[in-house]
Design a protein around this ligand. Structure first.
Ligand code: BDR
Ligand code: CA
Length: 314
């Protein structure tokens, strides 16, 4: 039976690959996609989520969530990495699908699913904090929140020396989730920086020549996380999705994690307690990645998806 998931996202180049991986994977069923502001503004992330759903022929609803952090006004988007439209300038046809209000949509999908839902949050955690605040009993029914965000001391930050982008953008929202007391898997930079993927790792996909291949080729080339001169980059968000599709890709440690949301130099830092001094473990922290297995999963699944969309006249 496929695991029902909701994808909370700010597409976003690596978000787009993660949504493709979910669409391609029979282990999961996408109940809905909810956009949040992050990599670019909500007007772009919501439009990109809807256009991706169209491209992938997804019948699930798409929602518009928060247009900015809970209260911080001093963090900003990542257009230098993802381009002004969030997809490195790639133009998908504008979607005409109606967008629902994101937080009520998320709550309804959790309440009406016959099986407990996994929320895969691959953007800032603002929508998740709003869900927790507005619908706490519903949020408690979530089987697990799998997030891309933060990092351990090995690799703490990509936005400041101490903070990863998704957590830095809205640290109060992240602190809300980590203190809520629900199962969490944290796929942070210490893991995603092991998950480098470039065109050399996607031979079947790039040979398949359909709409997914065309878009991924553009996204990889325009992702300004690339480790020049190669086109390899950390596919942060796909790794979080892969943790749900095939948990054997990651090894994790069960540890206590909290978020520094005040520090002058450390706002947005995930404080991972390897010493067991600050509280009971509340999070499965991704530590190691089977990179070969991850690259193989991406290439095999996305190429199958491309072939099946092409067969449907994509
Ligand atoms: C995270 O921040 C965003 O730029 C990416 O989409 C990913 O979710 C990596 O720090
Ligand atoms: Ca993202």
């Amino acid at each position: 039976m496929p695991r029902p998931i909701i994808i909370d996202t700010d597409p976003g180049i690596d978000d787009a690959l993660a949504i493709m991986l979910a669409a391609a994977s029979p282990e999961v069923k996408i109940l809905g996609i909810v956009a949040v502001a992050g990599n670019v503004g909500l007007e772009h992330t919501a439009a990109n989520a809807a256009s991706l759903a169209d491209l992938l022929r997804l019948t699930c609803p798409v929602g518009r969530g928060a247009s900015g952090p809970l209260w911080r006004r001093d963090t900003s988007s990542a257009t230098e990495v993802h381009g002004t439209n969030g997809l490195g300038g790639y133009q998908l046809p504008t979607s005409t699908r109606p967008l629902e209000a994101g937080i009520p949509l998320c709550a309804r999908l959790i309440e009406t699913s016959p099986e407990p839902v996994t929320v895969v949050a691959i953007g800032p955690l603002t929508n998740i904090a709003l869900l927790i605040n507005q619908h706490p009993e519903t949020a408690r029914k979530v089987e697990r929140f799998v997030i891309m965000g933060g990092g351990t001391l090995d690799v703490l930050g990509n936005t400041t020396p101490a903070a990863e982008f998704n957590i830095y953008y809205d640290p109060d929202a992240a602190a809300c989730l980590f203190n809520f007391g629900v199962p969490i898997t944290m796929v942070g930079l210490n893991a995603t920086h092991q998950a480098l993927v470039g065109s050399a790792h996607l031979p079947r996909l790039l040979a398949s020549g359909g709409p997914v291949a065309k878009m991924v080729a553009h996204l990889i080339a325009s992702y300004h996380e690339n480790h020049q001169p190669s086109d390899e980059s950390a596919q942060h968000d796909s790794l979080a999705l892969a943790a749900v599709v095939d948990p054997s890709i990651l090894t994790t440690s069960h540890l206590h994690v909290d978020v520094e949301n005040i520090g002058r130099l450390t706002a947005g830092m995930t404080v991972v307690d390897h010493l067991g001094r600050t509280g009971k473990p509340n999070c499965d922290v991704a530590i190691d990645v089977n990179v070969t297995q991850f690259r193989e999963l991406l290439d095999s699944r996305l190429s199958q998806l491309d072939i099946s969309l092409t067969g449907q006249g994509g």
